[in-house]
Design a protein around this ligand. Structure first.
Ligand SMILES: C[S@@+](CC[C@H](N)C(=O)[O-])C[C@H]1O[C@@H](n2cnc3c(N)ncnc32)[C@H](O)[C@@H]1O
Length: 303
């Protein structure tokens, strides 16, 4: 489903193109400054990647109820959905806060924000809007918010303390944050990368001063609690959840996904076979699988 920067480094065929890996306009003298979250900008703005997203959503739809319960939304509240993707969580939050409340979805992906806007329009949801921003560095119009929430949209910051500090700056005093992120990869065997490890390029090392990004970047509860406290949040809590989700196998992986992960074209056949063997353990029928998923929900308060 997601990749931890495998194959996404500059020069990888999967993510080549649209933006240069370094923005010379940000350079000083001979030094080259790395643009914030450059790899993630490329990944989530890739039209092919975004087009596949509705398939991927089927694995995580079941998590939305846990995020909303932790956010404890009240009618009339103003909500910021961080990394809102295709907008399904934001739309659920919009129902919870009612017509007097508002939800702003913030996401660095233009194609996913377009999808979210289209879905909101189709649903007739007048109280939810979407902005294309990098939540690590940008300001979202519509602040201050009562609540920031996120469903798997906060693991892609290459400076997580800066990013969570920026999210906190969008909250009212006493405002709250609630988000879901994955527990460790070993607890999420649906993530099949281990089955094709020898066919993948080595993960790109983070630039100096930057943190690795990816689905499991916030898996360590102690470390993530520390990030939230360093960003100024109080009363940090983490609750672990395990679920079994029934969904088609291509909610998790398909051939396009393998290519995105950087499997070379001549190794795609071998990778597909290794993945098929790995995924067999989840099969309920030729069309449906049962995936155990392990995630955790963090809650914290803005002083
Ligand atoms: C795993 S998807 C989750 C999307 C959605 N919340 C869901 O549950 O389907 C992660 C989302 O975070 C967004 N994202 C990653 N880094 C971001 C950043 N720095 N600022 C805003 N959005 C970001 C991506 O574009 C993507 O839509």
């Amino acid at each position: 489903m997601w990749v931890q920067n495998h194959g996404a480094k500059s020069g990888s065929s999967s993510f080549r193109g649209r933006r240069e890996p370094y923005d010379a306009s940000l350079s000083t003298g001979s030094e080259v400054t790395v643009k914030a979250n450059e790899i993630e900008h490329q990944r989530w703005n890739d039209e092919r990647w975004a087009a596949l997203w509705p398939k991927r959503e089927r694995l995580t739809d079941a998590v939305t109820g846990f995020v909303l319960a932790a956010a404890a939304l009240r009618r009339g509240e103003r909500v910021l959905d961080v990394g809102s993707g295709g907008g399904r969580t934001a739309l659920a939050a919009a129902l919870a806060v009612g017509a007097d409340g508002t939800v702003v979805g913030a996401d660095l992906s233009a194609p996913l924000s377009e999808l979210a806007t289209r879905r909101a329009s189709e649903a007739g949801a007048a109280n939810v809007t979407f902005q294309v921003v990098d939540m690590q560095t940008d300001t979202v119009a519509g602040q201050p918010f009562d609540v920031a929430l996120s469903q798997f949209g906060v693991m892609f910051f290459d400076e997580p303390i800066t990013a969570f500090g920026n999210i906190r700056a969008h909250l009212k005093p006493g405002g709250r944050i609630a988000f879901a992120c994955w527990q460790a990869g070993e607890r999420n065997p649906w993530f099949f990368a281990s089955a094709i490890a020898e066919l993948l390029p080595l993960p790109a090392a983070p630039a100096p001063g930057k943190s690795p990004t990816g689905p499991f970047a916030l898996a360590d509860p102690e470390q993530t609690s520390g990030i939230l406290r360093s960003a100024g949040f109080l009363d940090v809590r983490c609750t672990a959840h395990d679920l079994a989700v029934d969904a088609p196998q291509d909610s998790v992986v398909d051939e396009a996904q393998l290519a995105f992960m950087g499997v070379p074209p001549d190794k795609l056949g071998a990778a597909a076979m290794a993945v098929a063997e790995h995924m067999q353990q989840f099969a309920l029928s030729p069309t449906l699988s049962r995936f155990p998923i392990a995630f955790q929900v963090f809650q914290a308060t803005n002083p």
